[in-house]
Design a protein around this ligand. Sequence first.
Ligand code: UDX
Length: 429
Amino acid sequence: MNLAIVGSGYVGLVTGACFAEVGHQVICVDNDLKKVHSLQDGHIPIYEPGLEELVKKNVAAGRLSFTASIGDAVAVSKVIFIAVPTPPQPDGSVDLSFVEGVAREIAVHIKEEYRIVVDKSTVPVKTGEKVAQTISRYNPGADIDVVSNPEFLREGSAVEDLMKPDRIVVGVSSNRAVGPMKEIYTPFNAPIMITDLNSAELIKHASNSFLSLKISYINAVAAICEASGANIERVADGMGADKRIGRAFLNAGIGYGGSCFPKDISAFIRISEELGYDFRLLKEVETINRDQKERFLKKIREALWVLRHKKIGVLGLAFKGNTDDVRSSVAIAVIQQLVAEGAEVRAYDPKAMDKARSLVPEVKMVAQAEDVADGADALLVLTEWTEFKSLPWLAIKKRMLSPLLFDGRNLLNPDEMRSLGFTYTSVGR
Ligand code: UDX
């Protein structure tokens, strides 16, 4: 099928590449002409495993192309996906101006043929209704249906998540859109759940908020583990073995970050408020997440006593492993606090150093993980990169001034680290 994806950012690009991979004819649109040209030349602006190969392969096969013109894309595409940013505003609500702007532009380019406009951006409930009203206002004769089709991609495994989804959610306001949407997604071999527009939009906010809730819950239990001498990993394993609970997203640490969870949870609280419900449960999830970072910093302060002029080595800047994304990264927030208290920080991340530099300009970035240890009073693990597990830890210890190791992601084995001579502290273990 001929598809257009408006917005060639993280979600749009991965979605477009995967749609092309299963045989659809895809045009990705972006208003940034420089980006369009560089995508046409095969340069991918983000690090995402498997994406570059997929884009190159499908461009070469003639199934994937890039343009800056919404008009050109709308003219030939039966289904138009909106995948533009929905950034947070200072009050926690969502800035929908990009979605609205794209809806207006799509509207004026729709001629007499039927078109389906699909919202893929994460938006508050009732946005689809507004998109439909907007298109009708700017083009009263437009024969359209608006669909909500939220994405559930995790950064770092986005291609795999899209190619092998748990479920596909399609919210419609008319049955006419169901057939084409099923046709698009049939090659992905996953259950397709057809709902109304508002339910589909809610599924996205409710899912991300629930996952954040799981993380805050396990972090709260980790605090009880620390106070009682229990081990959070054993507790999470025991809980997670119950199919009703599940082990995923029960990893304690310094809290969740990234471009989705913090934004989506505050947007969900905000839209709930507008609809007359005070979502106190989710407010507490946010508070626990903030506290988690503070609890970690407190352990460092207690061990080092004074932070001023202390040399601290940091492993990890990205908001999680396998990505170069540093947006709302708890690692960055921890470093900023350490720097504010006078510590001298050296840091290493396999992918995120370039993007982190402007956020923590005082930090010296080093070329190799081991180099963060030189003369360090303490070393912190702040991102769950698997490769940190197999670093030459004994050699690292020898390069440190004092062997304090704080593992904010419970990545390393406590017994092994202690047997190497580290004074090892993690979360809830
Ligand atoms: C999330 C959702 O998982 C995805 O479905 C949605 O489409 C976008 O938002 P993402 O932001 O890429 O994906 O990251 P995710 O893997 O969910 O992790 C979010 C944060 O939670 C990270 O900071 C991670 O370190 C943290 N986390 C995750 C934990 O602290 N503990 C866990 O058990 C899992």
